[in-house]
Structure formats: C-alpha cells, structure tokens
Ligand binder design. Structure first.
Ligand SMILES: [Zn+2]
Length: 69
C-alpha cells in the first residue's frame, strides 16, 4: 500500500513514522536508492519495513510481514 506517512515524536524525543496503523523507526544505516528506510518499531520481532521517498511519500512497504501484531 502506498500513500503518505505521518510523523510523530515520542515522549523521549525520537521521531517515528506512522503508516497503515504501524509505527516505524528510522534506520540511519539503511539508506536505500529509493529513499529512506524505516523499520517497524518492534524490531527484533517484526520484519515490517517501508521506504519513504521525498518528505513523506511511501515508495514501498512490507505491511504483510507484520506477522506478530
Ligand atoms: Zn511490525
């Protein structure tokens, strides 16, 4: 599912992206050709990822891989 991302800031000051009902954390070391790579906040448990191009456009995501939640 493509679309726009909404950004939010946690109480601890971390930036998160919200898309398709899931929260994502930015992964600095995973810049990809199409844009910035974000991964599901439940990292370690969940393989959900998305790529955001430009400011807030979702180029690709893997929402079907949110198998734990
Ligand atoms: Zn997930």
């Amino acid at each position: 599912m493509n679309g726009k991302v909404r950004y939010t800031t946690t109480q601890r000051g971390a930036c998160k992206a919200v898309h398709g009902g899931y929260m994502y954390m930015y992964t600095l070391h995973r810049e990809v050709k199409l844009g910035a790579s974000w991964r599901c906040e439940l990292r370690g448990k969940c393989n959900g990822r998305m790529v955001v191009g430009g400011r807030d456009y979702v180029v690709a995501d893997t929402e079907t891989s949110h198998s734990f939640h």
